[in-house]
Design a protein around this ligand. Structure first.
Ligand code: DWN
Ligand code: SAH
Length: 421
């Protein structure tokens, strides 16, 4: 089934007043106000044309899909100058090597195996199949990151995935044993068309394996910085079950992951083609217990987010009045929501340290904090590092022991605002 309800607008943003999954009207439970494109790092000559929209989020009263109330046109976010390169985290490189091995063992052991990845970025996942008998194909619309993958020898098509492309892939390469997507499905407002495309691309025995930030973690930790333009949806097993049922597909497994601040790995197959793990029912029970389908949960989340904002701003102001230097650690997409929602600019955060060359020498979207190379963090260590890349805390805290041993400290805001000693 294809529900074509999301038409790109000419103004760069589309308002959504009905659920993109089941078309039930919904009201946003929260607005984060005026926000820029999360990954649109810019130079001063671009200030006059900086794009803004209202970031608001709601939950469908019928299918309980949590989703944005406004959608920025995909071409404004994913293009030749996309700023996020997956390989910037060593921890994620290990995570995807493990995912590749797990899929190989479970679903890619037959004759002439074929895997398609949607949103393959710089090839962090598919690189693990190079030199194996497994045929692969990446679909990655952001041309600059796709070029990095191609340079590694990874077959990559630079287009947005849709049913038309799925049909072309089937004609040229045949159906896939595995379709995989990490941190991509939640980025695509026209999810029905993507799921329809995946359904036609998958062999009858095939599996869709995908991961995305998990709604249960966002609610529990009040990690509101997961909410930004690229993340159109905040998935739970409850809401996804309904979506896949509409396409005669079913979730056969749901495995919590500790990456990106708490994610879920879903395995989906043609209805009736595989055993359903007891983890699915367990997860559904947990979601009921956590109140993910109840309005009060989101009213409470909004209050906790407002408190988090007030506490973070107070802490940063105190640091400033005490004469301390604060530098951001990781110019994440997530930090765009935090800095713009809280009103944090260069007056409170001197610069943001980031290892990604394309972000360096620019300023952060909206509040215009300079982004500097990591070498600057090392040569001029601040009193406090504001941990915007908190999802990579394990990797970063291990690396930054010398900073802490020399008297530096990390300011965090997920799950609570505070200073790590
Ligand atoms: O869903 C998405 C995820 C997968 O990646 C996309 N929509 C966009 C992006 O989100 P993000 O920008 O919030 O991702 P990260 O992985 O939290 O970004 C980390 C940033 O921090 C990168 O710019 C690299 C930088 N970094 C650093 O400077 N030093 C990261 C590490 C680990 C470091 O040690
Ligand atoms: N899978 C990688 C990248 C996630 S970032 C990881 O987990 O690290 C999201 C990626 O999805 C970007 O590279 C973006 O260009 C891509 N993307 C966005 N919309 C897409 C679509 N409709 N089809 C395919 N890829 C898409």
């Amino acid at each position: 089934m294809t529900v074509d309800q999301h038409q790109p607008s000419s103004g760069g943003v589309t308002a959504s007043r009905t659920c993109l999954i089941c078309r039930t009207p919904f009201e946003p439970f929260m607005s984060f106000g005026r926000q820029p494109i999360a990954n649109a790092f810019l130079t001063p000559d671009q200030f006059g044309s900086e794009f803004f929209y209202e970031l608001k989020v709601g939950t469908c009263p019928s299918c309980h899909m949590v989703q944005l109330g406004q959608h920025v046109d995909p071409g404004l976010m994913f293009h030749e100058q996309y700023a996020f390169f997956s390989g910037t985290s060593k921890g994620m490189t290990v995570h995807f090597a493990e995912l590749a091995a797990a899929m190989r063992e479970r679903y890619l052991g037959g004759p002439d195996p074929f895997v398609v990845e949607i949103g393959s970025n710089d090839g962090i996942l598919l690189q693990n199949y190079l030199g194996t008998p497994i045929r692969h194909l990446g679909v990655e619309p952001s041309g600059n990151v796709a070029d990095v993958a191609r340079a590694k020898g990874i077959q990559t098509i630079s287009r947005f995935f849709d049913p038309g492309l799925a049909a072309e892939i089937v004609v040229q390469h045949g159906q896939a044993d595995v379709v995989t997507a990490a941190n991509v499905m939640c980025h695509i407002p026209d999810l029905h068309s993507v799921v329809a495309g995946i359904r036609s691309l998958l062999k009858p025995t095939g599996a869709l394996v995908f991961e995305d930030p998990y709604l249960g973690d966002i609610v529990e930790k009040a990690s509101y910085d997961q909410i930004y333009d690229e993340h159109a949806f905040y998935f739970s097993v409850t809401s996804l079950q309904r979506l896949f049922a509409m396409h005669e597909l079913e979730i056969v497994d749901a495995e919590p992951q500790d990456v990106h601040g708490g994610s879920m790995r879903y395995t989906v197959r043609h209805r009736g083609s595989g055993a359903v793990s007891s983890r699915v029912a367990t997860q559904l029970q947990r979601e009921t217990a956590a109140g993910l389908a109840r309005d009060e949960t989101y009213a409470d989340l909004r209050r906790r987010i407002e408190t988090s904002r007030d506490e973070l701003v107070a802490l940063l102001r105190r640091a400033k009045s005490d004469g301390k230097r604060v530098v951001g650690y990781g110019a994440t997409s997530k930090s765009t929501t935090v800095t713009n929602y809280c009103g944090i600019g260069p007056d409170l955060v001197e610069f943001i340290s980031d290892t990604t060359p394309i972000k360096q020498g620019k300023v952060s979207p909206g509040t215009h904090i300079p982004v500097r190379p990591y070498t600057e963090f090392q040569s001029r260590p601040p009193d406090y590092a504001l941990l915007f890349a908190w999802n990579h805390a394990r990797e970063i805290l291990a690396k930054e022991r010398p900073f802490v041993e020399a008297g530096g400290a990390f300011i965090v805001y997920v799950p609570k605002v505070g200073i790590l000693s």
